[in-house]
Unconditional design. Sequence first.
Length: 578
Amino acid sequence: MLGDFASPSSSLLVENDKIFSSGSASRRLPGISKNVSMSHTRSPNMNGSFSRPTITTTIFDQIINWFRAELFIRTRLAAAACAFLSVLIFSFFKVLLSCSVWSPFASVKGAIFWFIFPLHWFPMAAFGAFSMAVIYIMITQLFDVDQLPRLSPTNLKTILAIALEFAHKMVFTIFLLYTTSSYYQTRVYLTSISIGCLVSSCLVVLRNDFLLRFPNSKIDSIRSLISAITSESFLVFLKNCAIEASCPFGATVALQIVLGLIFVGFRSLLVVFDAVFFFTVFSNLFCQHIYYKLSIKITNQIIMTPIQFSLPPPYAVHSPTPQQTRTLTNVLETSDKQLKVFAFTDLRDVAWNDAKRRQDVFSLSQPGGHPRNWKAISAACTNVLEEFNSKIVAASARLTGSSWADHDEDDPSAPKDMLLMPQKSRDLAFPRQRQAPIFRPLTAPAPNKWSRKIAPIAPALVVSRYEAHLCALAAEGLYMLVVDSLHEDRYGVVQKDLKDLVSLLCRVLLNIDTFERARASTVDRSDRGDVTFLRLVHTSLLSSLKRVHSAFGPHLRSLKLSDDDIRTIRLVCQAEDF
């Protein structure tokens, strides 16, 4: 049950043969209790059977379970909203196709009465349920905070998603043609229309970005919805949908002409003058592209609604409730990727907009008067920046050719005795350069022809989009708190760590610049899939350093920074007198 706190299991380990003698049965030493997350000790119970090992649920596990339950509710709500949108678009399109130029009022009246008739409610409900199932599978399988900008066409999930989208489009199209009693229900027309739907499905899956991101503007009322529809960005959105629908529309018309020549003859060329066919096919594809793009926006609006986490109080809580354990400091230490994005986004909101919660960050915890909140937040942010920095340094070393002294324990090719030596001794004892192995091991599988062809499709990224986004959030949140501490930190909890934070910021900026220079001279321009991601981090770090310099100014001179840090500050902030 979510929120129940399970105590660690304990087992009594008494070594009777070694500790106790035969004549000291009355003298008993206290048992040694061992608190572990999983107890493998099995003792017989009253019935003679053995108890199973118990697993202790930690606070972080409870937070992740709560978040996944919340995410499950949001996913179902997003799928239901997208299904309602699909039924709404279908209804509008049916009324549109039912209109007749010769009797417009009678045709519209007949289409409206079609929806009022109770016998037609069941197929509409079935279509809505099918749409909800399709979009729910799409959300759970494709949408992610660590998703690539474009899906790989060789991935099995991508192929299955295209097949699922194609099935939904065909159900939409056949149901629409059937309810409107359209002439285009013949085999030849349905074949050409199905090819257009297949091309449209490929475009929907392969050209859309399924990254879960926080929306730029929150639509939470009718007024905000109307303002979003009437904005210029919505007109650009409709224009892009029309451009994307033109490609499958052209494929449908071309295939219809070819199939008509085969099965009907030259009489099929008359389809070029069939304006009703053009309008039906293009409107169908156009509405479906609108639906899928709006579904992506609706999914981000519902699932990525920001969550506000509280900060621990200055006093200790001995028996916290499940809600009291879901603090910002605890959430920042969880292992769930999506929850980390929510946590660091909320931290940035604290640093930029929430002065009340910033007081809790700069407060001292009792008893003892320790800045536990600030230490936990700064440690979480610096860990993200340090991990990003280590990846950049390792990537630069691979490009420029590093020495054995640059290896660490994660590298299996590094000598083990080198790992125990100081850095200067490493440089003297192991000066030779690292080289790639010439021969492939016999145990490794040989790459086949297909894998060699598809290898350039998915290049290896030094930093993923998720890591870059998380690093940017951590930098913006941490260093804005540093700037705010100049006027709001009453106890000076931030000033003690100011030197280390500024030094870390300058070091990461310097390593990014080193990596960019090394890659510009050694790597082909076509193999730069993560340039945008690095630029995002670089921009955030630059703005953070400029804010810190503008806030503290001459006070940074008293920190006794290194020469490289001072040089970086002068170059970035254009402060020659620093």
